[in-house]
Design a protein. Structure first.
Lengths: 364, 364
């Protein structure tokens, strides 16, 4: 990989990319998972005119809402508005977004026959609308901040495809892997290929980093996580065509195998709010940067409490680069945008104290 | 506390109580969370004639279903059929069980005024029906196996009381604690008192052990868990009137503060299926016994897989007493009872090899 410093002039603000590579920064960069979302009135105004999937499928609308949080709450990176289920959709599994229930697949994947129906995907054709959204967004961002692209992990996508809709016990996916592990592996392999192609194409189209969301990794016991999720995450990462674009892996609820995650090829590990980011820094021994991990509902609290909790996360990580400030999960839809904006501001202000050594080193 | 050996003659099978105290056993005892439940046709036959809450409120019915798994799947302990929400109910918060949605409170607790409406509880009056169920069950068990009583933890009860119904993001309870922590503490304190009285009364009525279910402990960040959940669990344990009846704490999703949990006064810590029981044994250093932790949906698999996974959990714990075999969460309602029975049998058979030293020591 080439030195990231070569890229530096591309962005007015490249703190996010520098922190992903554990390079010196004058303050901790900050973005928010699901920052292009319903908590923003500007987002809701767009959403009123188009349903969720239309927004995903229409490059102009996706680009429009992607940029909103950069303008409104001043985050240090944009993340392309999309949905992880565009991949199952491209593989031939139709679904609809049902208000207050989430995605519902018309025909969940349960059998060998269902698996045979999965289509090969030429991402540059089938998912061209996403790549177009990348180009449009890059133009509109005009070098202000980097752009992140994302995908679900193979395991997380399989979970949605097998469950078919929201689940309390995730009985269907567990039944699937415990009764027919070889079929599960066959499908995971197929999905992994599409995910790798998809993330490669996004990078080719211009995204500066990618995040793999392993939303359902934490459903698994430790051995099963290694077998059904982590293995395919590593496989995807090894197959992504990239120069120096960092890969972030966010495995929600995965409090174990952190050393293995750090050796998956990821540059950054995202942590949910139940983790102690300082402890994980010790366990992973500086091999990767860490992202996170404020409890999302803290944004319901008053400004003073928000500042205090921002400081707590920053202190837990401690001195030095390699931290990207974020929530420990997506921002909640009923949060006051003023509080999101305040959190971003507090993270920027309070983090300066944790980068003194780097600044001194730079100026020396 | 008196030596548990004095109690030994009370039960034909006291393996469960011995393991809770880390005393030598010839095999690992086994029971299943939610073993008196819908997966059993014999349970469904009772449930067809009475709704869930009527079953909780009627000592004869509660005793009847409590004993079923002892007869049918041969577990080493009974656990009194009940619901954790009998406490909020006794405090004046009415709810109903809505099919496939779970409990719905008529008026969730959200404000100072709501908190003022909470009633003091004389458990020997208000919850007499539970104590009667204990007596009936003890008679019916007739010394075959010990009987466990349970309660929700104060934090878990508060979560239900504030959310009022099932939740995806648990926004209401988080909003509650982040915006009005002092009110939260006041209510938690009130609940803790009732929980301690309730568990004391159950012990007085005859249960041999108690389990505190902290189902929603894992929603919290590590600091919040210590402040809002663990503190009150410790408080409850210190206030339970007991002789040598062990206390089990099951904090689902709590993968942190395990040393603190081990110092909470609990005799046993229950682990969910995402934990490595052998690793927790090392962390807690033999201070407590451990209970768990097979992934519940493994009971959907074939017998061979079930046996293999039972062995995996037993091997992870390793040699010696101090392990109570269980699932890592409640048994799922659509599990084949034959598989539950097989799991119990496998745990009994396969665990003998892990107690050789104790048996040798006894016979020496």
């Amino acid at each position: 990989m080439s030195d990231i410093k070569e890229m530096t002039p591309k962005y007015e603000n490249d703190l996010f990319l520098r922190a992903c590579k554990k390079m010196p920064v004058e303050r901790t960069p900050v973005w928010i998972m699901r920052q292009a979302g319903r908590y923003l009135p500007e987002y809701r105004a767009v959403r009123e005119k188009a349903d969720f999937l239309t927004m995903c499928h229409t490059p102009e609308l996706a680009a429009l809402v992607t940029i909103q949080p950069v303008d409104i709450i001043n985050v240090d990176a944009a993340i392309l508005f999309s949905d992880i289920l565009v991949i199952p959709e491209a593989m031939g599994m139709d679904f609809e977004m049902v208000e207050s229930r989430g995605p519902v697949f018309h025909k969940p994947l349960r059998s060998e026959d269902d698996a045979k129906d999965l289509k090969e995907v030429d991402v540059t054709k089938k998912l061209k609308y996403v790549l177009d959204a990348v180009s449009l967004t890059k133009k509109a961002l005009n070098g202000r901040v980097p752009l992140i692209g994302f995908s679900g992990s193979p395991w997380t996508l399989l979970t949605y495809m097998v469950e078919g809709k929201g689940s309390k016990n995730f009985s269907n996916i567990k039944r699937f892997i415990y009764n027919n592990p070889s079929l599960a592996h066959k499908v995971l392999d197929k999905i992994a290929k599409v995910v790798a192609d998809y993330l490669s194409a996004k990078i080719e189209a211009g995204v500066d980093a990618v995040q793999i969301f392993d939303t359902w990794g934490g459903l698994l016991s430790q051995n099963d996580f290694a077998e059904f999720s982590l293995y395919y995450i590593s496989k995807v990462i090894s197959q992504i065509k990239r120069k120096d674009e960092p890969v972030i892996v966010f495995s929600k609820g995965v409090h174990y195998k952190l050393d293995a995650l750090a050796n998956s090829g990821a540059d950054v590990i995202g942590l949910d709010w139940t983790m102690d980011i300082g402890e994980v820094k010790k366990i992973t021994g500086g091999k990767v940067a860490l992202q996170g991990n404020l409890d999302p509902p803290i944004l319901y609290a008053g400004k003073e409490k928000i500042r205090e909790e921002v400081k707590r996360v920053l202190s837990s990580f401690g001195q030095g680069s390699g931290h990207i400030f974020n929530l420990g999960h997506g921002i909640l839809p009923d949060v006051d945008p003023e509080n999101a904006k305040a959190m971003v501001q507090f993270a920027k202000e309070e983090s300066k104290a944790f980068h003194c050594e780097e600044i001194n080193a730079k100026s020396a």
